[in-house]
Design a protein around this ligand. Structure first.
Ligand code: 9D3
Length: 228
């Protein structure tokens, strides 16, 4: 799968994409990531990507034109089948695993990272296929959201997780609608806190029952919203 990241901070992505599953997938050819500097599509002396909001108000907005010109160069002749444009914004629909699965089915994604107080609405209205938020909190811009979405989507690509069993396990716990159960490793007694005896016994039916009740208890405690 091919990802394009459009940003005024291209250096932001040097860290997060160079580790773990995403970087391995990129090195193995399952994933191709190109970071584009939005200022490449500015033509004035100051390489302006922002301007003041019509109607007044605090802060600056990202201009539509550099973003449209970038998208038109990244997808020459327009988007084809399997190519999608996503704008990351605090006003987007809430990202979740089912949106990630839908995005993972595309061939090529352009993620537009907003900065300042937001992006001229004509980008969401006339260029992007969807507008996505990663949660109900305030970020400084779309870059962190794009890196997060890239990580979540990359894990779903066929061949990306070296360990096939772990993706099977993952989709199982996802389907149950419950949080994962607690896990323990050696020592069996750490500072007097004992790992549950049942996990040491080798009775796989008892272990399965314990894990299910522990998943339910964890979900009730931390995510009661998932129980409704
Ligand atoms: C005055 C209102 N502004 C908050 C101080 C609105 C606002 C502008 C710009 C809020 C956030 C941002 C920058 N955020 C993003 O670009 C963003 C985001 C987010 O803030 N939360 C969750 N997901 C995302 S995706 C992109």
């Amino acid at each position: 799968m091919k990802f394009h990241l459009l940003t005024i901070f291209p250096e932001f992505f040097k860290g997060p994409l160079d580790h773990g599953v995403v970087s391995r997938a990129a090195n193995n050819g399952f994933l191709d990531i190109t970071v584009h500097d939005l200022r490449k599509w500015t033509f004035d002396r100051h390489k302006s990507v922002d301007d003041r909001p019509f109607g007044g108000g605090e802060g600056m907005l990202m201009k539509a034109e550099p973003i449209f010109l970038a998208a038109e160069e990244i997808f020459p002749g327009g988007k084809k089948e399997g190519q999608k444009i996503v704008i990351l914004s605090a006003q987007g629909k809430l990202f979740d695993q089912s949106i990630a699965r839908r995005l993972a089915a595309e061939k090529e994604l352009l993620l537009i990272c907003g900065r300042y107080e937001g992006v001229d609405e004509r980008v969401a209205e006339n260029l992007a296929d969807e507008e996505i938020s990663i949660g109900d909190f305030v970020l400084s811009g779309g870059e962190l959201a794009a890196a997060l979405i890239l990580d979540v989507v990359a894990r779903l690509l066929p061949g990306v997780l070296g360990n096939e069993a772990s993706s099977v396990q993952e989709s199982f716990s996802e389907d149950s609608g419950l949080l994962d159960c607690p896990h323990y490793t050696r020592p069996a007694d750490f500072r007097g806190w004992k790992a549950p005896e049942v996990l040491m016994g080798g009775n796989h039916e008892e272990i399965r029952k314990w894990r299910l009740q522990a998943s339910i208890a964890k979900t009730v405690k931390n995510r009661p919203d998932l129980m409704k």
